[in-house]
Write a protein that binds this ligand. Structure first.
Ligand code: AQP
Length: 331
């Protein structure tokens, strides 16, 4: 069984990225053969960016993944732009992707509204490149947060349409969206997901935040005028923190509600903050030494790219042959 997932080298990674995606990457290493993880720098250029910052963020994200527990001996970790097969497959798949389907993507609508200077064609095409990322490896499973559900549906549709038209070449992947923590909400605006690009710093917990910063962010988290600690539609802030505490302490949300049935909001927030401080401690402590050694990061990414290219080039060969593109296959 193959697992594939990609993560953008944009901004500092936050608790939503960790709970929705990164913790699943770590767990996937022991289930998959192989687990393939890609830092998608080509996706990051679809919105305004700074080239120097992009390189720096790429190392930051690589180091975050390693500090979180990715082990280059047990997974394939690489940089998207090192494996040219992604961009070629993106173009070949464009031939079976409906323009109307791309027009329906929520993420494009939301992100294009936020662009001040240019709404790039790349932003519109983002889901096709994402489909190519996954389909190039014939991955069975894609661990992601809830916000990626629509993109995964589209890539499944692209794979199905390709196979119907050209024969069974591609694998139709399944998403793996966690039962709890699939959508971690912003602490200040809990009706909206925690995000790298939207909202104030006080609404998101960075993986590298110091303990006091974490305490202060949960201390000022928006709640409601009630007193009960339970999940309810009109209690977005409390519901969000119940989910976070459940994940951070490896319990169910029901268990968390039962434990805090008699508690006040203040004590509950303190408990969530302390649990998150401990939950992120291993990442925070491992990160600086890993991040410092850029040569080692490049070495890990280069080894990963070599392994990734071997797998992706086989798929590309089959796709080109099935589509009648390029030199005819010999024999
Ligand atoms: N709030 C979230 N809750 C759960 N999962 C989340 N993910 C993102 N936000 C949440 C998941 O994290 C993975 C990586 O996302 P990305 O590559 O898009 O990285 P990012 O740009 O840093 O993530 P953001 O915060 O989602 O960016 P913007 O601000 O652009 O919207 C994905 O699997 C995603 O589902």
């Amino acid at each position: 069984m193959r697992i594939f997932s990609g993560i953008q080298p944009t901004g500092e990674k936050h608790l939503g990225n960790y709970i929705g995606a990164i913790r699943q990457y770590v767990e996937g290493q022991d289930r998959a053969d192989p687990a393939i993880y890609c830092i998608v720098d080509l996706h990051a250029i679809t919105v305004a960016f700074d080239p120097e910052e992009l390189r720096k963020r790429l190392y930051d994200t690589t180091a975050i993944l390693l500090a979180s527990g990715l082990d280059p001996e047990r997974c394939v970790l690489f940089r998207q732009s090192d494996v040219h097969e992604h961009t070629e497959l993106c173009w070949l798949l464009a031939g079976v992707c409906a323009h109307g389907d791309l027009n329906r993507m929520h993420q494009f609508k939301e992100k294009s509204e936020r662009q001040r200077e240019l709404v790039s064609a790349g932003l519109f095409f983002y889901p096709v490149l994402q489909a190519a990322d996954v389909l190039a490896y014939r991955a069975d499973e894609v661990p992601v947060g809830e916000d990626q559900r629509q993109h995964i549906e589209l890539m499944r549709e692209i794979a199905r349409r390709f196979n119907e038209r050209f024969g069974e070449v591609l694998v139709v992947p399944e998403h793996r969206i966690p039962a709890t923590g699939a959508k971690v909400m912003d602490l200040q605006e809990p009706e909206r997901k925690m995000s790298t690009t939207v909202g104030a710093d006080s609404g998101r917990v960075y993986l590298l935040d110091e303990p006091d910063a974490i305490r202060s962010k949960f201390g000022s988290a928006v709640t409601d005028s009630g007193r009960e600690i339970l999940r309810a539609p009109d209690k977005a802030g409390i519901s969000n923190m119940i989910g976070i505490l459940a994940v951070a302490t490896d319990r169910s949300e029901q268990e968390v509600e039962a434990e805090f049935a008699e508690a006040g909001y203040g004590d509950f927030k303190k408990a969530v903050a302390e649990a998150v401080v401990e939950y992120l401690r291993p990442v925070r402590e491992a990160y600086p030494a890993i991040r410092e050694d850029e040569k080692n990061l490049e070495r890990i990414l280069a080894t990963g790219a070599g392994r990734a290219r071997e797998m992706a080039s086989q798929t590309l060969g089959d796709v080109r042959a099935a589509m009648g593109v390029g030199v005819p296959p010999s024999g």
